[in-house]
Design a protein around this ligand. Structure first.
Ligand SMILES: Nc1ncnc2c1ncn2[C@@H]1O[C@H](COP(=O)(O)OP(=O)(O)OP(=O)(O)O)[C@@H](O)[C@H]1O
Ligand SMILES: [Mg+2]
Length: 342
């Protein structure tokens, strides 16, 4: 029996370092941390003063002497030091103490991560206190979390669309048969809405407000729209001429913004051997990640891809659920090198 098995206090963690949200599960204890991937610094003393939800509240607020950082961009680490400080804090929060022995960590990386991106993620986790780090392609982790069986040869399509990235994977026997990562996600939709509202209505809004519009009023066809938004709600000032005018054109804007995602999936499908494509067409393709909740997105993709597309239940949890499941079966992972590889 390997020596490490005899050390009961060496803990095992699953960590999904998302662009918007970090999740940490501890083996045998379950999900213990779900926090926005945000950290705030005191600019004068350059010390971290808030993490997660508390730091997120300071975003867009322009509090003086406070610098708010989102360490990930487009699904990859953009500010290494901020990522390390935040992850160290969240790991301590999950364990309730500073770990005695560096825990083994399983994490999700971009499905087509470059070596530099992969190194940045592994090094950040190690600098934050992790020991051994095992990486799983994000599309695979999301597929496991969405309940796609890993022991069947028939190909399934999974698209994980988070805040910073979209991971596309064709999964067969626990492996990625074909896949891609786009550095495009919900953050880019927010940015598109922010620019559109500025351009068409001359109303300056922040990204947090743009995200509210996407979630509350956004839809990919006008008949699915949630709340109708009025320009006065955006300005917080009814007296400046726009009165009760409605915010319009968001559905068209979102449809146009999502075209590159459908085009990339089609590109991958077109590259598959006919037999694999036939298998995908027979069954539901699954959408995971926060953007799966955008009203009308499954209908849009079904139409553009000519496939049956469904949203996974609890789509924002799929990646961490998948990592948790793999963590609970780490022996299978290490014994069968063919599984959970790219
Ligand atoms: N109801 C909703 N409608 C539309 N978009 C939503 C909804 N809820 C959340 N989102 C969007 O989902 C995105 C967050 O998704 P998720 O939590 O999967 O991202 P992440 O895992 O942190 O990012 P990534 O995997 O890209 O690194 C955000 O852009 C958020 O605005
Ligand atoms: Mg994610």
């Amino acid at each position: 029996m390997p020596l490490l098995r005899l050390l009961p206090w060496k803990q095992k963690l699953a960590i999904d370092v998302g662009t918007a949200t970090c999740h940490i599960s501890v083996r045998d204890a379950g999900l213990l941390v779900r926090e926005p991937t945000v950290i705030a610094y005191d600019t004068a003393r350059r010390r971290p003063i808030a993490f997660g939800a508390e730091a997120k509240q300071m975003l867009d607020r322009e509090v003086s002497d406070v610098r708010v950082v989102r360490p990930l961009e487009g699904g990859v680490i953009a500010d290494f030091d901020a990522a390390v400080t935040l992850l160290r804090h969240l790991i301590h929060e999950a364990l309730g103490h500073r770990p005695l022995l560096a825990p083994t960590v399983i994490t999700a990386e971009s499905t087509r991560a470059t070596q530099v991106e992969q190194r940045a993620l592994i090094n950040a986790l190690r600098a934050a206190g992790a020991g051994e780090v095992i990486t799983v392609p994000r599309a695979l982790a999301a597929a496991v979390g969405a309940g796609i069986p890993m022991d069947q040869p028939e190909c399934r399509l999974v698209v994980d669309m988070g805040a910073g990235s979209t991971d596309i994977g064709v999964i067969s026997m626990g492996m990625i048969a074909a896949g891609e990562t786009l550095h495009f996600g919900g953050d880019d939709l927010d940015e598109a809405i922010r620019r559109y509202v500025q351009r068409r209505y001359r109303i300056p809004i922040g990204l947090a407000r743009a995200e509210d519009i996407k979630i509350m009023a956004g839809a990919l066809s006008p008949d699915l729209a949630g709340e109708q938004m009025r320009l006065s709600e955006l300005q917080g000032d009814e007296a400046n001429g726009s009165g009760n005018q409605r915010l319009e054109g968001i559905a068209e804007l979102l449809r146009a913004s999502l075209k590159p995602v459908a085009a990339e999936v089609l590109w991958i499908l077109d590259s598959l051997p006919e037999r694999q494509l036939d298998e995908i067409v027979q069954v539901d393709s699954v959408l995971t990640g926060g953007c799966a909740q955008l009203r009308g997105i499954t209908e849009l993709l079904s139409e553009d891809l000519q496939l049956r597309v469904i949203a996974a239940p609890d789509p924002t949890s799929c990646t961490i659920l998948g990592l948790e499941a793999i963590l609970n079966d780490l022996d299978a992972l290490s014994l069968d090198g063919r599984r959970f590889t790219r």
